[in-house]
Design a protein. Structure first.
Length: 152
């Protein structure tokens, strides 16, 4: 899913009578996420950039799949950790940042661009920064979504 002139996903979904439940989320990466329903089937149209698509998969798609597979706890585990260094959020969006967490300390990794997957190879969490948080000091607690085998 994209907002470009040559993206025909939304048009195809409309032509197939898939009802839009929401489109575009105030987050980074993954703003152009689309979600809809046709009859009893849910449809996701993920963003086109690789890191955006994978982030949206972890945060939205996987929990829905697990819910309908009858998992009692269908969200990825979350934990609290102390931020290694300061962080500024100047976007006005909720951020999902690839990071590495060890022994209760978390470091946000470089190369957060939505087109780059390389930091997913070394990350074990996504740090969640709410849209209304503009500055975090070192050692502040942040919420981390665990990506490393569900916390095992």
């Amino acid at each position: 899913m994209s907002v470009g002139d040559y993206d025909f996903v939304k048009e195809a979904l409309d032509l197939n009578h898939v009802d839009e439940l929401f489109y575009k989320i105030n987050q980074k990466p993954g703003k152009p996420l689309w979600f809809g329903k046709k009859d009893q089937q849910f449809v996701f149209a993920l963003p086109g950039n690789p890191a955006s698509a994978l982030t949206c998969f972890y945060v939205y798609v996987l929990p829905l799949l697990k819910k309908y597979a009858a998992y009692s706890d269908y969200h990825l585990p979350r934990t609290q950790a102390k931020l290694h260094s300061e962080f500024k959020n100047t976007t006005g969006k909720t951020l999902f940042l690839k990071a590495y967490c060890k022994n209760g300390s978390v470091s946000v990794l470089p190369s957060q661009q939505s087109s780059m997957l390389n930091t997913f190879a070394t990350s074990n969490v996504l740090v969640t920064i709410p849209e209304d948080v503009t500055y975090l000091e070192p050692q502040e607690q942040v919420t981390c979504i665990q990506l490393d085998g569900y916390g095992n």
